[in-house]
Design a protein around this ligand. Sequence first.
Ligand code: ADP
Length: 581
Amino acid sequence: MLSPSQAGFRRLLPLLRPHLRQLIAGLACMLLYVSSFLLLLNLAGELFPSLSSRDLPKVLLLIAQGVVIFAVQKLAQFGQDSLLAGPALQVSQKLRSDVFRRLQTVELGALEKLSAGDLTYRLTEDADRVSEVLYKSIHDTVPSALQLLAVLGYMLWLDWKLTASIVLLAPLIVWLVSLFGARVMAATERSQKKVSELAGLLGEAIEGLPLVRAFAAEPWLQDRFEREIDQHRQARHRTYNLVALQHPVVGMIEVVGLFSVLALAAWRIESGDLTIAGLSSYLTGLVVLIDPIAHVTNNFNEFQQGQASLKRLRQIEREPQEAADPADAIALGNLRGDLDLQGVCFGYDPAQPVLQDLNLEVKAGQVLALVGPSGAGKSTLFSLLLRFNTAQQGRILLDGNDLSALRARDLRRQVALVPQRTTVFSGSIAEAIRFGRRASDADVMEAARLANADEFIQSLPNGYETLLEERGSNVSGGQLQRIAIARAVLGNPALLLLDEATSALDAEAEAAVQLGLKQAMSGRTVLVIAHRLATVQEADQIVVLEKGTIVDRGSHDALMQRGGRYRELCERQFIRDLQNP
Ligand code: ADP
């Protein structure tokens, strides 16, 4: 994988290495294609004098040769285009895959700050633009540049004095093109940023549309949208204006060049230094030059736009990464699930501790209920147990193994999360439960049975193959929760982290979910962020967390009797009795 600092196209070249053979074959076709132009120029040189001397057989022969050369040229062009497309597309696919792999390991805190719409845009549109530019560069810019050089070389050979006079104009053209190019790149970067912002807003807007409607805030949203698209239009317009200005400026220089050549040529014919045959070859050469010049200039603009996209794409790779696994990670066998937190301190910003000197012991198979007001640090504790974050002080031991000495993947096989809000990817129910892990159908069904989900899944027309729609919108909330429970217990994890849902389901659905949870929890160590009275009553320990410290701990009865913060929380309905709300 490339390092993130390598943002330029030049740095993508090593990615072409695996496709060397195809590239060489494509380049051979390209050379054939370019050299055919020289043969054609030569033919043109012979054709005009033969026409003027009315030598019909010679003319016909020259035309026949021309047809053959054209046929070979077009074949070579096909070979070049099709052979070179593959490597270009492969490189951009590899780039996209590398960036996505990197995105998957971005530190969660940093990831939360990124906009989904913006990221989507970068990985789709920006990546596509990079791919197009790569393809164009390889299959169009390179042969055009070669053609330019070959034809210029031929013209130098024909009449170097005449050609030198046009070549003198070349630095001016190059300077102008690169001047515009830099501006086009900056303007494109601005306009791509605007599109990303637009994509971000669209993401938020689509998610929040029902809310917008509920608040009758459509005019406000429309206004915001209009402002964004207006800024985008202005940014895009600036790019178009630059390109629009570039064409006539560079075109004018080309025309000046052409007329100077004609004037000089007339003078040189007059002085006898140039023949008519030479001039016809020469003028054909000039005509043949126009096309590659136009291609190289246009492609250079697109190249600059692609460079802007590539830069944006590779910025993703600069996001802070999750802590790497230790080099000598301990291999995990089957765990019992003894959890021990010793003096754990953590803050997202180390200067502002969120968890302070946390000491906790949960024996294998026990249930610990975490209660406390929102912002107390309960989810943060979960994030430490999943090693999304690492404690700044203290140790977390699982069966005596320090979490920081384990491979994150191994750890996460043993620690399963049932989040408060279930998120599923679209796909079949079986896929949702497997979630990428290798497991037999029997294991999937067993997990579903534990989660009390097997019965309802079997009763669906397609059973486990029923397709879940985006966000699981075609099953009920309670069913979705049971799928999430099955997903959590599939690998038989030793530690279950359960974030109880706060929104109440109807009594029947609630009972089904509770039964699933009860079965799933049995035989495992469970940490539950609890909101229900039933859950805390049944827990082996209750810990009350406030501002990152434990202010109370014990069993329900003991805590109620003691009359501290826990009883207050119960009385203020932080913990609800769902049967008698
Ligand atoms: P709880 O789950 O008990 O409601 P959290 O663990 O979510 O509490 O939050 C504890 C504190 O940490 C809060 O002050 C919250 O604002 C802060 N916090 C949570 N997540 C982040 C984050 N990713 N970056 C910075 N601060 C965070």
